[in-house]
Write a protein that binds this ligand. Structure first.
Ligand code: AMP
Length: 410
């Protein structure tokens, strides 16, 4: 089955076409004769029975909303023509969307119908930059491929298993009830995917697997995994909370926000939000947001870059220690995403802070982890340390194919 995986932003669409196979070798289901939107089909939430995810095509369509490409429908028409050429006559069977915010409603991938699109739009106050663009993409695909089933996979869904003590903020209850102000958590597709890979690698049944997952990219979050599910996570109401990131500040005393606004009457909330999201983190501390650049400067003696790295590693280590306690003793610490997978230096810096947990790295294995899942701790380390390659597009393609197959089976 060919699955088009899309990440629809307001001015760009990132896409991949993935080939997904049924795990049991059953013949592939062809879905193109079905109506794309069938309000009567119950919303299945299965995510099994398919494997794989070879990349057949990938690319980016930019400049949506300009005179070049006026809207998402036009962008999808361009994409359809491009794929016609690239796929040599093969047709796409389904589309899987990465959706940033599923609010309190969505705890698993869902097949799309019109009501689901409206629900994603209604969640716009929680993700004003993303959810409206996702809805535009969903509708544009409906227009371009009227028979193509679509699935949404939510960044927040994996964290719906968190207990209330982890997701509530200690603010007046009305602020939660009236405005939805609570911890949602993000990067869920990645945390879920690498948790499954790590449990499989260690031979531990997922429902017995306790771990801490550090997804460290430009955006970064750490999740406490208890019995294979999300128990707590560092991102919160928005992806601004938690770790020190490329350009985001992570955790702050909330008074910093109110005091900044009070002391600078000309500063708007939107401007401060931009500073905390785009000019803080590594960028704010040392003037560079890219980890490789920061490490190069630190290696050549730049003190601001060194401080940026120390703060980032220290903040992460505090979370790992806390989450180790939260899950009742983690069996594994998992590093993933751009920094987590590629920076042996940063992994070492973090693990150096974790001696109290009895973690010891194998320097050779840490310097060159091999394969999609690699152990980088010594045999006597109290907690296994793994590097796992994340693949959110593959996870989305598999969830999409699985749901579509369930629907075809009826
Ligand atoms: P992501 O958002 O997952 O693509 O991760 C991007 C981050 O990974 C950037 O800060 C990059 O500098 C960082 N990164 C990628 N490769 C390396 C590397 N070899 N060493 C250090 N950081 C890296």
């Amino acid at each position: 089955m060919l699955v088009l995986v899309v990440n629809c932003g307001s001015s760009s669409i990132k896409y991949q076409v993935r080939e997904v196979e049924p795990a049991d070798g059953e013949p592939q289901a062809y879905t193109s004769s079905m109506p794309a939107i069938d309000e009567n089909v119950p919303l299945a939430t299965a995510t099994a029975g398919v494997t794989g995810g070879e990349v057949i095509a990938k690319g980016l369509i930019e400049n949506i909303g300009t005179s070049e490409i006026t809207d998402h429908t036009q962008a999808l028409e361009i994409l359809a023509r491009r794929l016609d050429e690239e796929l040599g006559g093969r047709t796409i069977d389904a589309a899987g969307h990465r959706v940033v915010h599923g609010g309190e409603r969505f705890s698993a991938p869902v097949l799309v119908n019109n009501e689901i699109i409206r629900a994603i739009e209604r969640l716009a106050p929680l993700a004003p930059l993303h959810n409206p663009a996702h809805a535009l993409g969903l509708r544009a695909i409906q227009k371009t491929w009227p028979h193509m089933p679509q699935v949404c996979v939510f960044d927040t869904a994996f964290h719906r298993t968190m207990p209330e003590k982890a997701w509530r903020y200690a603010i007046p209850e009305e602020m939660y009830v009236m405005n939805g102000m609570r911890r949602y958590g993000f990067h869920g597709t990645s945390h879920d995917y690498v948790t499954g890979k790590a449990a499989e690698f260690l031979g531990i049944p997922r429902e017995q697997f306790d771990a801490v997952v550090a997804h460290l990219g430009n955006g970064a979050s750490v999740t406490a995994i208890r019995h294979g599910e999300s128990f707590d996570t560092s991102m919160g109401y928005t992806p601004l909370a938690g770790l020190v990131m490329g350009t985001r500040c992570g955790d702050l005393d909330p008074s910093v926000v109110t005091a900044m606004l009070e002391r600078n009457p000309e500063m708007t909330a939107r401007e401060l939000d931009r500073i905390l999201n785009k000019e803080s983190g590594l960028q704010g501390i040392c003037g560079d947001s890219d980890m490789r650049a920061v490490q190069q400067r630190a290696d050549s003696g730049d003190e601001k870059a060194q401080l940026a790295l120390e703060m980032t590693a220290y903040r992460l280590a505090k979370y790992i220690g806390g989450y180790h306690v939260a899950v009742g003793g983690a069996q594994a610490l998992i590093f993933t995403a751009g920094i987590g997978e590629n920076s042996s230096e940063f992994r070492e810096q973090v693990c150096n802070e974790l001696g109290a947990l009895g973690i010891t790295l194998d320097p050779g294995a840490n310097a060159s982890p091999e394969g999609d899942v690699a152990r980088i701790s010594t045999p006597d380390s109290a907690i296994e340390v793994l590097v796992v390659a994340t693949d959110e597009e593959r996870a989305i393609a598999e969830a999409t194919a699985s749901l579509v197959r369930e629907r075809v089976k009826g």
